[in-house]
Structures are given as C-alpha cells and as structure tokens.
Design a protein around this ligand. Structure first.
Ligand SMILES: [Zn+2]
Length: 259
C-alpha cells in the first residue's frame, strides 16, 4: 500500500505544474501556455519551470526574483492531497474505484483554493463543470451499480451543505459569496457520496461544516490580528475545501466502519 500511496503523491507532484497553469489562467487571465509565468512581471519561464522541485528554485529571467509561492504551493498541496486520498481509498493493495473521482475532486479543490486566495473568486467556469461531473458520477455510475443508497446519500449531503452555506449567504452576503454556496453544493455531494448511511452522512456534513467554520474563523482572526489597519476579507473557499477533505479522509472512523 505504501508504494501506491507514494506513487499517488508523485503523480500529484507531477500534475501540480499543469494545475498551476489553470490557476494562472484564472488569476492573471493569461492564455493557456505550456509554461509558467513570473507572478511579478509575467515573463514566460520556459518549459523548465514545469519540472516540480527544480522549477521552484529558478529565478525569473525577466526580473531576477523567485517566481512566487503559488507554483510550489500547488505542487506540494496536490502531492499531499493525493497521498492522503491513497491512504483513504487503498486497502491492502486493492484500490477502491472511488479513489479516481476523489483524486479529481482533490485536484479541483487545490486549484479553486489558490484562485480563491488570490482573487476572492471561485470561477463558474470551473465550479459548474465540477458539479456537473459529480452529478454524472452520482446518478449514472452509482445508478449503473444499482447503488440507490449512494445516490440518496450524495444528494442529502449536497442539500445539507449547500443549504447551510446558502442560508449563511442570504444572512451575510459579504462574508459568504455565491461561489461559496456552489462550492458547498459540490463538497456536500462528495462528502455524502463517501458513505451510504443517511444518519452518518448528516453527521459527516455537519462535521465538515464545523471544521470549515472553525478553520476559516481562526485564520481570519489570525490574519486580522497581524494586520494593523482595516479588516482583511478572508476567502472562505479554502476552509470549506480543507474541512470537507479532512472529513472524507477520516469518514470510516466516524462511520464506525474503519479501523
Ligand atoms: Zn519576473
């Protein structure tokens, strides 16, 4: 199993630069290109910048600065998320087929989180297709497998998570954007889809929500404590994503089906 987990982490590391290009496109409205750009001066960095680890230590040929935290952060986070999902969905060398959709979710969440931190936006062009694919997985794949319970569980998860954040958005529009509501819907579908018992699913979603509020709140307090003047607006998307991923990883323990 360790070999598969290590392989998945390396896969995440290698996929990182491509995800970085997606982030570039959303943050700086750059055309897609097969290379990174300097975040300071947008000078093209050449294909060498796409090599994980090596690319991190290259300085920009345009402005001589390091090309920023974004690319290493994306590469490393993707590697960690993929490795952890491997631990969750690989058991005694046999791979649960749900590993693959959850890897895709992990990659999407890394991209969305970095975009949200940089721009305070969760682009529709990424969120809607992700929701579409997740509904396809839930209805068509679980439907084909005759797994009606999984369909109900996923929809319940989406309804609870999306409902809570939707209500928060109505009450406090500044704090919780419309993008957060759509992200919560996506996350709820995936948190629900991981288990089938509806009582367990309800608990999983509430725990994910609690973790997100706690994490987002603590980061907000910390950032505003460091800042001297004015209040910083903290994007909530990364907290939602991290809380949900954490709950997906430990769901067997919460459901009582794990070790
Ligand atoms: Zn530069």
């Amino acid at each position: 199993m360790m070999l598969i987990v290590a392989g998945l982490a390396i896969l995440g590391l290698l996929l990182g630069p491509s995800l970085g290009i997606v982030v570039d496109r959303a943050v700086d409205r750059l055309r897609p290109a097969a290379e990174h750009r300097c975040v300071h001066c947008q000078h093209p960095q050449g294909p060498g910048s796409l090599i994980p680890v090596v690319g991190w230590f290259r300085t920009c040929q345009g402005c001589d600065r390091y090309t920023g935290w974004r690319y290493p952060a994306v590469d490393v986070t993707t590697a960690i998320v993929f490795g952890l999902l491997g631990v969750r969905f690989v058991d005694d060398g046999s791979i649960d087929w749900k590993l693959w959709p959850y890897l895709a979710l992990g990659a999407v969440l890394v991209v969305l989180s970095v975009i949200d931190i940089e721009t305070h936006l969760l682009p529709n062009v990424l969120v809607w297709p992700a929701i579409g694919v997740s509904l396809f997985l839930v209805f068509v794949v679980s439907g084909e497998l005759g797994d009606g319970d999984a369909i109900t569980a996923a929809l319940l998860g989406g309804a609870i998570f999306g409902g809570f954040i939707g209500a928060a958005h109505l009450v406090h529009e500044q704090g919780m954007g419309r993008g957060d509501v759509k992200l919560a819907l996506l996350l709820g579908l995936f948190v629900g889809w991981v288990e089938t018992d509806l009582f367990v699913v309800t608990r999983l979603v509430l725990y994910a929500l609690f973790l997100a509020l706690l994490g987002g709140g603590l980061v907000g307090l910390a950032v505003n404590a460091i800042r001297r003047r004015g209040r910083a607006e903290i994007p909530f998307g990364p907290a939602l994503a991290a809380g949900s991923l954490a709950i997906i990883l430990v769901s067997p323990a919460i459901a009582g089906t794990g070790p």
